[in-house]
Structures are given as C-alpha cells and as structure tokens.
Design a protein around this ligand. Structure first.
Ligand SMILES: [Zn+2]
Length: 214
C-alpha cells in the first residue's frame, strides 16, 4: 500500500537532507509545507488567493486552511504513490486531519522520528559558521576550519555567525519544538505508527536506517 511518510525532527536534526535523499535515490516526492506556502504567494487559484489574504492581514493560517493546502498539493498528478511530508502535521489536531486525507487517498500513514539528543542539536546549531563569500558551512565542533574562524577556501575571509544561531535563541527554538511536537509524537506512538531512527551519525548512516523503513 502507498504511504504518507511523515518525517519528524528538531531543527538541526537533518530532516530536510534525508527527505531530499529519499527523493533523489528512491524517487519519493517530498512535499514541504515551507515550499507550498512560498508557492501559494505566487499562484492565482481561489485557494492561493484566500491564503494570500490571510497572510496579508497578518493572521495565522488555520489548521483547516493548512489542511486544504496540503490536500490540494498532494492531489496533483505528480504525486501518484508514496510521498514524504516535511513540516506537516505539526500538532495532534493536524495529525487527526491527516488521517482523513490518508483515507481519502487510500494511503497508510508512517511517522518516522529522526532522534537527536538536545545537546547534540545545540552544538550543531550554535557551532555553525558560514563563509560569506563561497557559502561553505563549517561547525566549530564537528567541522572546524584549519585556522581560527577563517574560511579554508578564501584564506582572508572571516566566517559569519547567524544571529538566530546564538545560544539563547537556539535554546528557545529547541524548547518550542519539544513542547509543540511532544503531543504529535505521542499521537503517532499511541496509534502504533511511530518509528524512530538514530540521527546522530553520518548522513549516509542515517539514510541507511531510513531506507530500510520506507
Ligand atoms: Zn569561503
């Protein structure tokens, strides 16, 4: 049976990377809500116009509207089998709505959590440094430069540190994630659809675990 694969992972857990690999190597389309919302800003459909109005008014897009957006996107002809959802559902209520979509599309839901301990996420996010010239990404803990804070590729270039990668905002982002996602994980666990993979190793090792599940 075809599936809706729901990837769950904290900021820094590597969810986007793994979803892209599934798409490249297994041809499983990846539907990211970030991409859908960006696309909605440019489309000229009744639903897109409704979303544009909501966003222009500064209101939050409701669960019902988000559901219709996901339903609309996943009903297009480029999706005719299993697909991966990235960024949806975010809450237990959205997860219940997804059940309805899965029934309608005749698919099973499989939730896969990419599990990374909080201190590891903290290092990944706060240690990140980027070269403003070539875009190379370093990490002071896991991928340091040869000389302190200078790009290996442009020896005269100081690396930059994004302001939302500072310790305070990373801590807040991770806490917000944990609080809002806990009920979602609990929901999938309780309904017997949750699987967990270890997200601490190399990208390829994580992918191998993922590949055996899908
Ligand atoms: Zn560089």
């Amino acid at each position: 049976m075809d599936k809706i694969i729901v990837l769950i992972g904290a900021p820094g857990a590597g969810k986007g990377t793994q979803a892209r690999l599934l798409q490249e190597r297994k041809g499983i389309p990846q539907i990211s809500t970030g991409d859908i919302f960006r696309e909605m800003k440019t489309l000229d459909t009744p639903l897109a116009k409704e979303v544009q109005q909501i966003m222009a008014s500064g209101k939050l897009v409701s669960d019902n509207v988000t559901y219709r957006i996901v339903r609309d996107r996943t009903s297009r002809s480029d999706i005719n089998g299993t697909y991966v959802l990235d960024g949806y559902p975010r809450t237990a209520i959205q997860a219940e709505q997804l059940e309805e979509l899965a029934r309608e599309q005749g698919k099973d839901i499989q939730a896969i959590e990419i599990d990374v301990p909080r201190d590891e996420l903290f290092r990944r996010l706060t240690g990140r440094r980027t070269c403003p010239v070539c875009g190379e990404i370093y990490n002071i803990y896991s991928k340091p430069t040869k000389s302190d804070n200078v790009c290996d590729l442009q020896p005269d270039t100081q690396l930059s540190h994004r302001s939302d990668d500072n310790e305070e905002s990373v801590r807040t982002r991770l806490e917000t994630y944990e609080t809002s996602t806990a009920p979602l994980i609990e929901y999938f666990d309780r309904t017997g659809r949750l699987e967990k993979i270890d997200g601490t190793g190399e990208v390829e090792d994580i992918y191998k675990q993922l590949e055996t599940l899908v």
